[in-house]
Design a protein around this ligand. Structure first.
Ligand code: IFM
Length: 477
């Protein structure tokens, strides 16, 4: 484990025949509570919006739910032992709000907190730095019933919950991120409705985005008050947005989508203001009357680090009449005020999610955050790919996933060479898991999970990643 007194050195490269990362670079893997834990009704846990959503017919492919998932709740020891075998320096997990504060208000549930205490202690005893995410999409259902993230009060409830987790775990957890990918919570959850809670209202999505960020700011303040030594940040999912041509209408389409995908969050969090052009684009959706005096200062509370999740690029063009709407996060309802922008498919290789593979986009994204927004240390808190895996003679040779990681780590190294203070990288994901609306049909893990037997099989990518960690780098091509 890295010495708590000295954060990893950032931005320094040892150039040579190998691509060596800075000393202390934090190599990790990530998961999220609802995607792996299971034990949905054990130890006092009550339903979150994802329990309700996945149990609602037609919401998740094949009716899959997170009831059992990877059964990590009961297999914590085995799973941490696998992490140790890989040589992980850090493990990024999320806390289930409904497990530690059932219903989302009131006192802590000791049994729920004990699970995370055991997890953290197990990690520490293996020399693995715990990295705790407070919110990875699983709002307690009663808070949704009271209005969900479009309701301002949810932000205050999030701060209360944060204080309770900080009190219980802050003595042994150094790295904290408040939210994971607030874009998804707001725009997939309340805009297109393909994620829980499945609501479809553009104005609610915008309000949800604001209250998520307000909750983040209040949570940062709660963490600072309880644990002054904590390293605190937030994780945003970012995309380079490229116009399909240099025609002014395509360039403007890119500006609009960049506003909704990236600047909607980056600007308030790191500059304390919404971009004027974004507010103008949204004028028919909302008057931003939900933003109160002082909110933006709270949202921009100083941070210690920024987490970036990177998967792919958006290429967009001006609308054409009668164009086919695109599925999933390209669905027009994810983009209030810009519903008529077209997402363009370039014909480059894609993953099993149909997401275009674009490693240079990671360099662009990290450079942008650093050059336009902040000098803070950056961490890639998620990066990875789904591919169809086959078990042959007890092995999974996931060459495509391995190549994806390899290309993106080279990109990460290039970004450091360009001056980005990148201090760590977390592969998504440690193991195959519940991929939200896709259920168990998409596999992102470095460790294969047989959901019938709960057998774990480290894939080729896991063995390769272990070697990268051991060398703190990759062979030059
Ligand atoms: O599985 C998700 C994760 O929960 C959040 N980031 C993207 C991953 C792949 O879709």
């Amino acid at each position: 484990m890295s010495n708590p007194a000295s954060p990893p050195a950032v931005g320094v490269l040892d150039q040579g025949p190998e691509l060596i990362f800075p000393p202390g670079f934090l190599w990790g893997a990530a998961t999220a509570a609802y995607q792996i834990e299971g034990a949905a009704a054990e130890g006092g846990r009550t339903p979150s919006i994802w329990d309700t959503f996945s149990h609602t017919e037609g919401r998740v492919l094949h009716g899959h739910t997170g009831d059992v998932a990877c059964d990590h709740y009961h297999r914590l020891g085995e799973d941490v032992a696998l992490m140790a075998e890989l040589g992980l320096k850090s493990y990024r997990f999320s806390v289930s709000w409904s497990r530690v504060q059932p219903g989302g208000t009131g006192p802590a549930n000791v049994a729920g907190l004990d699970f995370y205490r055991r997890l953290v202690d197990e990690l520490l005893s293996h020399g693995i730095e715990p990295w705790l995410t407070l919110y990875h999409w699983d709002l307690p259902q009663p808070l949704e019933d009271a209005g969900g993230w479009p309701a301002r009060d949810t932000a205050a409830r999030f701060a209360d919950y944060t204080a309770l987790v900080a009190d219980a775990l802050g003595d042994r957890v150094r790295y904290w991120t408040t939210l994971n990918e607030p874009w998804c919570s707001a725009f997939l959850g309340y805009g297109s409705g393909v994620h829980a809670p499945g609501r479809t209202d553009g104005a609610d999505a915008v309000r949800a985005g604001h209250h998520l960020m307000l909750g983040h700011g209040l949570a940062v303040q709660a963490l600072r008050a309880a644990r002054p030594q904590a390293q605190v940040g937030v994780t945003v999912n970012l995309y380079p947005v490229t116009p399909a041509s240099d025609a002014p209408a395509d360039v403007d389409a890119a500006r609009r989508i960049d506003g909704l995908a990236n600047r909607f969050f980056l600007d308030p969090l790191l500059r304390g203001a919404y971009p004027a052009d974004l507010m103008a684009d949204l004028r028919d959706v909302t008057d931003f009357g939900h933003v109160r005096d002082g909110d933006l200062a709270t949202i921009a509370s100083p941070l210690d680090l920024v987490g970036v999740n990177y998967y792919s690029r958006h290429v967009v063009a001006a609308p054409v009449a009668g164009a086919e709407p695109e599925p999933y996060w390209r669905a027009p309802s994810c983009w209030p005020g810009s519903e008529d922008v077209r997402f363009v498919t370039r014909g480059v290789p894609v993953t099993d999610m149909n997401w275009e593979i674009d490693a240079p986009g990671l360099v662009e994204t990290l450079r942008r955050v650093h050059e336009e927004y902040t000098d803070l240390p950056l961490y890639v808190t998620e990066n990875g790919s789904a591919f169809v895996d086959e078990v042959v003679d007890g092995r999974v040779d996931d060459v495509d996933r391995l190549a994806y990681f390899d290309a993106h780590l080279r990109a990460a190294h290039e970004a450091i060479g360009a001056g980005v203070p990148l201090a760590g990288y977390f592969a998504w994901s440690l193991m195959d898991n519940f991929e939200w609306a896709w259920g168990y049909t998409k596999r992102f893990g470095m460790i294969y999970v047989d959901y019938d037997s709960q057998t774990r099989i480290p894939k080729s990518s896991a063995r390769w990643y272990a070697e990268v960690i051991r060398r703190n780098g990759l062979a030059a091509h």
